[in-house]
Design a protein around this ligand. Structure first.
Ligand SMILES: C[S@@+](CC[C@H](N)C(=O)[O-])C[C@H]1O[C@@H](n2cnc3c(N)ncnc32)[C@H](O)[C@@H]1O
Length: 805
C-alpha cells in the first residue's frame, strides 16, 4: 500500500493519516424513521443511554484526555452529558474536574485493583459524539469495544437496543462518510431518484427516508435502486423492507447500460422517464475502507483503480444521460485514488462541454473536515515508478492506463471547478476515506438527441425517438460482465496484459443480446373486478377512490396470498416497462390471506408493514386508544376488553370482529410519547390483540416508557411464584381440589389496570412474547380457550376449520 507521493494530502499529514488507518472504525448510527418518532427515539437515547455512558467517561477521568476533550468540544450533546452528570452525580463531577487537575488523580490511585481494572476499561469508553454536519443531531458516533459491551450492563443494554431498533429500521448503522452522498443529493418528497449501484443499500435506505421526511402518507417521488449483481439485489431487499416504503423498487441491470424507462405519469402517450436525482456510488478499489477491510492492505496496487476507471466513467456518463436537465447527480467512491475520483469526473465534464457543472455543497455540511478536490496528481506503476504523461506509459501498461486518468490542464481544472469535489481522509475526523462530487445538468448533453436537434444537425425523428423509446445506442446487457465491486468488497484489478471478454480499457462494452427475462415471479396488479376485491373493499370500508390498481400480487396461479401496495409512480413504471426491466422487489405488504370463522365475510387481514404509510386509508377499522390501552395491548397477548379504558370499550362494542388499526395520539395529559403510534391488531369476540413483530412491540413499548424485557421478567417471576405457591400448598395438603391458594388467585377479569412497568394479571403466562404468532386462527383458538363461556363444540369446530387450510 503506498499512497505517499500521490499528492492526495500534504506530506506533513502522512504520519497521522497512516497511523489512523491502523485504528478500528468507530460505531456510527443514524436515527431514521418518521420525524416525530425519530425525535422521541433521540430523547430516549439521550436520557437512558448517553447520560449513563457520559457518567462513565466523566467518572473515569477520560474527559481530561486531549482527544476526548477535542471530541467533546464540537458536540452539543457533550455539554449536556457533562451537565447532566454534574447535576445527577456530584462525585462523578468531582472526578471529571479533578481528572484535569491533581487532587483526584491521587484519589483514583487509592482505588482497589478491581476498580482500576474496571477503570481502565472505562477509560476506553469515549463519550458519544454527534456528527455536526448531519441534520437534526440524528447521527452519532460511539466507540464501543466488544469487551466494554460485555463488561458494562448499560452498554450491553444499549447494544441490544441498537440491534432491536436497527432490525425494524428505526436506526441504521452506517459509516459516517457513507452518509454524505444521499445528504448532498438534496432529496424532496417528489424527487424521482435513481440509485445506480445500490447494494447493500445503506444509501438507498437514506434516500427513502428523505423521501418520507415530511410524513406525507405516500410521497409522490420514488427511488429506483439498481445493482448489476443479482444476488446483491436480494441483500438489499431486507435493508429496504425495514423501511416499509411503497415508493422504492429494486431492479437488476448493468448501470452503464441502464435502460431508459417509459412512463405515462405526465402524459397519455408513454414518454421517456428521466430522474431528477441520480446517485452513482460506483464500484471502486475500496482503499478508503482499509480500516475495516484488512485485505486491502495486502491487495491494493495502483492498478486496482486503473482497472475500474473506464467502468466508473461509463456509469457516470449513463447517469447523466438519465438525468433531467436541472437535476442533480452525486458521484461517489470509497477510494482515495484520483484515477477513480477526479479523473473520472474531469473526463465526463470534458465530454459534456459545459452542459454539466460542479456544485459547491460545502454550506450543507457544517463542520465536516475534508480536503478539496485535486487538480494535480501523479500515476504510478505497480512497482512504484511515477508516470507523468500518457507518453511515459510503459508498453506493458498501455492497455490499462488511458489518457483520461491523467490530470486535466490547469485551464480545464479551473473551468471544471474540481476543487469543489470533497475528499474525506481518515485522519481528519476518525472515519473511512471517501470521495464525493456533486454535479448539476444545466443543458442537454452534447451527444443527446435534443442537443443535436437544437443544433439542427438532424432531420426528422422517428416515433420511437419522440417517445424517448430508444436506448441511445447503449443496449441492455443481461449477462453480467466480469467486473464487480462494493463499498466493502474492493474490486480486484484486471490482470496485466489480459483483457477480459467484453471489456476494453473503457469498461464493459454493450453486448447486444435479447432480453431473456429472469427468475422472479411476475408483478401483477389487482383489478377492481377481481373477486377478492369486493369483500376487502366492503369489510374495510374502502371508497371508490381507493387505488386498487396499486395493489400487486406475485402468483399468476392459485389464490392470491398477499397484496402489496406500491405508489402510483412505481405502478406506472411496472406497467410501462415490463419488457425491458428486471424488477426484483417492491411494495409494502398490506393485506394477507388469513381466513377466520369469526370474520367469514373477509379473508384478508391487515399487515403491520403498511401502517406507516397507509393507516389513514383504513379509517373504518381504526380505533383511537389511550396510552394505557396501547401498553395493555402491546404487553399482554390477548387482553379482555374489560382491561381497556371505558372509551375504548365503547368503540370496540361498535366495531365488528376482525382486523383493526390501533392509534395512540398524544394529548396534553400524556407525558410520553410525544408522537403518534399506530399498530395493527385484531378485535376478537372478547379480547383484542396486536399483530406486531417482537422488535417492533419492544420499540413501541419503549416509546411508552416500558421495557418489554422487564415486563417479561416480572411475568416469569410471577409465574414461578405461582407454581411455588401451588407446590407448597400441595405439600401442606391445603389445596382443595381445583382451587388455588388465595395469594395466587386468578384475575377476575376486572383486574387491575396496567400501572408501573408491568401488569401481572391472569394472562401472565401469555404475556411473554418469545416468538411472534402470526396466525389469526392461533389467536382465535387461544381466545376461545381463555374466554369463559365458549363451549368445547365451537372450539373443535374452529380447530377443524383451521386444520382444513
Ligand atoms: C460501492 S458499492 C455500492 C454501495 C451502496 N451504494 C451502499 O451504500 O450500500 C458498489 C455496488 O456496485 C455494484 N456494481 C458493480 N458493477 C456494477 C455495474 N456495472 N452496474 C451496477 N452495479 C454495479 C456492486 O455489485 C456493488 O453492490
Amino acid at each position: 500500500m503506498s499512497f505517499q507521493g500521490l499528492h492526495i494530502m500534504p506530506e506533513n499529514e502522512w504520519d497521522e493519516f497512516y497511523s489512523q488507518l491502523k485504528e478500528p472504525l468507530p460505531v456510527v448510527f443514524r436515527i431514521t424513521g418518521y420525524k416525530s418518532q425519530a425525535q422521541e427515539l433521540l430523547k430516549i437515547i439521550r436520557t437512558q443511554f448517553f447520560n449513563m455512558i457520559g457518567k462513565f467517561t466523566s467518572s473515569s477521568g477520560l474527559l481530561g484526555t486531549g482527544e476526548s476533550t477535542s471530541i467533546m468540544s464540537d458536540t452539543k450533546l457533550s455539554d449536556q452529558l457533562n451537565q447532566s452528570s454534574a447535576n445527577k452525580d456530584q462525585s462523578a463531577t468531582d472526578s471529571t474536574v479533578s481528572a484535569k487537575g491533581d487532587t483526584t488523580e491521587q484519589e483514583v490511585k487509592k482505588d482497589s485493583d478491581a476498580d482500576s481494572k474496571e477503570g481502565l476499561l472505562r477509560e476506553n469508553i469515549k463519550p458519544p459524539r454527534c456528527l455536526s454536519w448531519y441534520p437534526d443531531e440524528l447521527a452519532w458516533q460511539v466507540d464501543l469495544s466488544r469487551k466494554a459491551v460485555r463488561s458494562e450492563d448499560i452498554l450491553n443494554k444499549f447494544h441490544r437496543f441498537l440491534v432491536c431498533e436497527t432490525e425494524i429500521g428505526n436506526i441504521s448503522r452506517q459509516e459516517a462518510v457513507s452518509m454524505i452522498p444521499p445528504l448532498v443529493l438534496d432529496i424532496r418528497s417528489n424527487s424521482r431518484v435513481l440509485d445506480m449501484c445500490a447494494s447493500p443499500g445503506s444509501k438507498t435506505a437514506q434516500l427513502i427516508e428523505y423521501l418520507h421526511k415530511d410524513e406525507s402518507s405516500v410521497p409522490e417521488g420514488f427511488v429506483v435502486a439498481n445493482d448489476r449483481d443479482n444476488k446483491r439485489c436480494y441483500l438489499m431487499v431486507h435493508q429496504v423492507k425495514r423501511l416499509s416504503s411503497p415508493c422504492c423498487m429494486i431492479v437488476n441491470h448493468d448501470a452503464a447500460f441502464f435502460p431508459k424507462l417509459q412512463s405515462t405519469l405526465d402524459s397519455e402517450k408513454p414518454q421517456a422517464l428521466l430522474f431528477d436525482r441520480v446517485l452513482a456510488d460506483v464500484p471502486c478499489s475500496g482503499d478508503g475502507t482499509i480500516r475495516k477491510n484488512i485485505d486491502v492492505w495486502k491487495k491494493w496496487t495502483p492498478n486496482t483503480g486503473y482497472g475500474l476507471h473506464g467502468l466508473q466513467s461509463k456509469i457516470l456518463k449513463r447517469g447523466l444521460e438519465l438525468l433531467e436537465v436541472g437535476g442533480r447527480l452525486v458521484y461517489s467512491t470509497c477510494s482515495m485514488h484520483p484515477a477513480e475520483d477526479e479523473a473520472v469526473v474531469a473526463e465526463i465534464l470534458r465530454q459534456s462541454q459545459g452542459s454539466v457543472e460542479m456544485v459547491d455543497v460545502s454550506a450543507s455540511l457544517p463542520g465536516l473536515k475534508y480536503a478539496p478536490g485535486l487538480s494535480k496528481w501523479r500515476l504510478m506503476t505497480k512497482k512504484g515508478e511515477w508516470i507523468h504523461s500518457i507518453e511515459d506509459v510503459p508498453l506493458h501498461m498501455k492497455s490499462q492506463i488511458t489518457k483520461s486518468m491523467f490530470p486535466p490542464t490547469a485551464e480545464e481544472a479551473e473551468r471544471f471547478k474540481l476543487h469543489r469535489c470533497i475528499r474525506v481522509l481518515p485522519h481528519q475526523q476518525d472515519t473511512g476515506g471517501f470521495f464525493i462530487a456533486v454535479l448539476q445538468k444545466i443543458q442537454p448533453l452534447p451527444w443527446s438527441r435534443e442537443a443535436r436537434l437544437a443544433k439542427g444537425s438532424e432531420g426528422k425523428t422517428s416515433p420511437e425517438e419522440e417517445s424517448g423509446n430508444v436506448d441511445d445506442g447503449m443496449g441492455d446487457t443481461p449477462a453480467a460482465s466480469e467486473t464487480s465491486g462494493a463499498a466493502c468488497d474492493p474490486v480486484q484489478p484486471l490482470p496485466e496484459n489480459r483483457k477480459r471478454k467484453g471489456m476494453t480499457e473503457e469498461g464493459p462494452q454493450p453486448q447486444k443480446q435479447p432480453f431473456k427475462g429472469y427468475k422472479e415471479d411476475p408483478f401483477l396488479f389487482l383489478q377492481p373486478e377481481d373477486p377478492v376485491w369486493a369483500p376487502v373493499r366492503d369489510f374495510y370500508g374502502l371508497g371508490e377512490d381507493f387505488p386498487v390498481r396499486q395493489l400487486l400480487y406475485r402468483s399468476e396461479q392459485g389464490p392470491k396470498r398477499s397484496l402489496y401496495f406500491v405508489s402510483k409512480a412505481l405502478a406506472n413504471i411496472v406497467e410501462n416497462n415490463r419488457d425491458k426491466v428486471r424488477f426484483v422487489n417492491m411494495g409494502v405488504k398490506t393485506l394477507s390471506r388469513s381466513p377466520s370463522p369469526v370474520v367469514p365475510e373477509c379473508d384478508f387481514r391487515l399487515a403491520q408493514e403498511c401502517m406507516g404509510s397507509l393507516r389513514d386509508l383504513f379509517a373504518k377499522r381504526r380505533m383511537f386508544i389511550t396510552a394505557h390501552d396501547a401498553i395493555v395491548i402491546l404487553s399482554q397477548e390477548s387482553p379482555f376488553f374489560c382491561k381497556l379504558s371505558p372509551s375504548t370499550q365503547e368503540v370496540i362494542a361498535k366495531t365488528d370482529p376482525g382486523s383493526v388499526v390501533f392509534t395512540f395520539r398524544p394529548s396534553e395529559s400524556d407525558s410520553e410519547p410525544n408522537c403518534e403510534v399506530t399498530f395493527c391488531g385484531w378485535r376478537g369476540r372478547t379480547s383484542v390483540r396486536s399483530f406486531v413483530p417482537r422488535f417492533e412491540r419492544e420499540h413501541y413499548l419503549r416509546l411508552f416508557g416500558k421495557d418489554l424485557h422487564q415486563i417479561n421478567e416480572e411475568v416469569c417471576q410471577q409465574k414461578k411464584a405461582k407454581e411455588e405457591a401451588k407446590t407448597a400448598a400441595n405439600n401442606l395438603g391445603n389445596l382443595v381440589d381445583g382451587e388455588l391458594s388465595p395469594e395466587v388467585s386468578d384475575d377476575d377479569m376486572s383486574g387491575p389496570a396496567v400501572t408501573g412497568s408491568a401488569s401481572v394479571t391472569k394472562d401472565d403466562d401469555e404475556q411473554c412474547f418469545p416468538e411472534e404468532s402470526d396466525s389469526v386462527n392461533d389467536e382465535i383458538l387461544k381466545e376461545d380457550k381463555d374466554c369463559p363461556g365458549i363451549d368445547g363444540t365451537l372450539t373443535s369446530a374452529i380447530k377443524e376449520s383451521s386444520s382444513d387450510q
